[in-house]
Design a binder for this molecule. Structure first.
Ligand code: PLP
Length: 399
């Protein structure tokens, strides 16, 4: 069967082998601890769900404008303006079916054949495939491991060519949990500005920030003069435990946002109306929203502390990135490779088969010497999972 040339290039997800095996083993009755999921384990806050239920009762079940209900776009713009300390135009906000669609809109609208797009690596698994769908080429840029893989203008300079049109960064980062500080972000933003390169900043984990007060810095924490052409991507999935509602948004220049809206109007139209009503509660009621973000933040921080303490205790010497945000622990397993196991994909299969723990191999994120463990689950399960991993590799082993 012949598919279009860009779709032909799509790679099957590296996570599929492990997750398929995890499901099969669980169906056979095996005791599986699945730490491969990329979503909070909390329920959506009640005030958000109730708003949607009421909205459905009130008949808010029809099409909306493709870019979303104006009240929701205004509520999001108000929150972004507070963050930026300046008034941002609500027409720059486009509400999408998950942050993933915002990324699709931006990448598909801005890049095409012959363009190169730099991707800060390790990266969220979807970015390179979206660049491929747009018929552009992705170029991975790794920062130094000792800098939590965070990139600087130095690595960008080495990777850029005259065809470079964009850079995608993600802070807090999935899979590493690294968080860029304002100075680091400013240096990157100014590098993009000076070269007229689009900066796509995925800040979907922004409110899950373990160190420091409040949310992690983002592009709107920067002085306006540092920013050239940029697209901010965010959404409700992680901040409000709303992965299934499919609400994301982009913020960009109003003219650019009109193009995103035109594209979206031909692909999916508006995101689901009851979900938009739910999001209006989440973004419109700042007090209730902040309280629920805080409550989840306390649990995520405690789990971060738990997994890092247990790593040091049970797997001393195994390199890992100290998670400063999001809910993932990224650690290196190449020290455990042997004749049969030559990469993290094979190592994860062995871990799942022998010990019933499902992790995501780093191949999904650009480096198959590492694995990603989600800590969005109970303290007990995290403790058992790390104990099982230590049993498999032999406690005290190091890479
Ligand atoms: N960006 C990153 C870094 C993610 O990890 C995810 C989901 O895992 C998304 C975007 C997509 O979010 P959504 O579920 O809102 O489409």
């Amino acid at each position: 069967m012949q598919f279009s040339s860009n779709v032909e290039k799509l790679k099957p997800s590296a996570t599929i082998a492990v997750s398929t095996l995890a499901k099969r083993l669980a169906a056979e009755g095996r005791d599986i601890i699945n730490l491969s999921a990329g979503e909070p384990d909390f329920g959506t806050p009640t005030f958000v769900s109730e708003a949607a239920i009421q909205g459905i009762r009130d008949g808010q079940t029809r099409y909306t404008a493709p870019a979303g209900i104006p009240e929701l776009r205004k509520a999001i713009a108000a929150r972004l303006s507070e963050r930026a300390g300046r008034d941002l135009d609500w027409e720059g906000v486009v509400v999408t079916s998950g942050a993933k669609q915002s990324l699709f809109n931006a990448i598909f609208s801005l890049f095409g054949s012959g363009d190169e797009v730099l991707i800060a690596a390790p990266y969220w698994t979807t970015y390179p495939d979206l660049v491929t769908i747009a018929r552009a080429e992705s170029v991975e840029v790794f920062g130094p491991e000792e800098n939590d893989f965070k990139i600087t203008p130095q690595e960008l300079e080495a990777a850029a060519t005259e065809r470079t049109r964009g850079l995608i960064i993600n802070t807090p980062c999935n899979p590493t949990g690294a968080v860029y500080d304002v100075a680091e972000l400013q240096a990157i933003a100014e590098w993009c500005r000076d070269r007229d390169i689009w900066l796509i900043s995925d800040e979907i984990y922004r409110s899950i920030h373990h160190d420091g007060d409040g949310a992690a810095p983002g592009v709107l924490s920067l002085p306006a003069a540092s920013l050239g052409r940029y697209v901010l991507v965010d959404g409700a999935s992680k901040s409000f435990a709303m992965t299934g509602w499919r609400i994301g948004f982009s913020f960009a220049d109003t003219k650019v946002s009109k193009t995103f809206t035109a594209l979206q109007s031909q692909v999916t139209s508006n995101s689901a109306t009851p979900s938009q009503v739910a999001a209006l509660a989440a973004y419109g009621d700042a007090v209730a929203a902040d309280a629920s973000i805080k409550e989840m933040g306390v649990a995520f921080r405690r789990r971060r502390d738990l997994v890092t303490a247990r790593m040091r205790e049970l797997l001393p010497g195994v390199p890992f990135i100290e998670p400063r945000g999001a809910f993932y622990l990224f650690f290196r397993v190449d020290g455990f490779f042997d004749g049969d196991v030559q990469d993290a994909t094979a190592w994860c299969s062995r871990l799942l088969t022998e010990k019933g723990v499902a992790l995501v191999p780093g191949g999904a994120f650009g480096d198959d010497r590492w694995v990603r463990m989600s800590f969005a689950t109970s303290d007990d399960l995290l403790d058992s999972a790390l104990t099982r991993i230590a049993e498999m590799v032999g406690a005290g082993a190091s890479t």
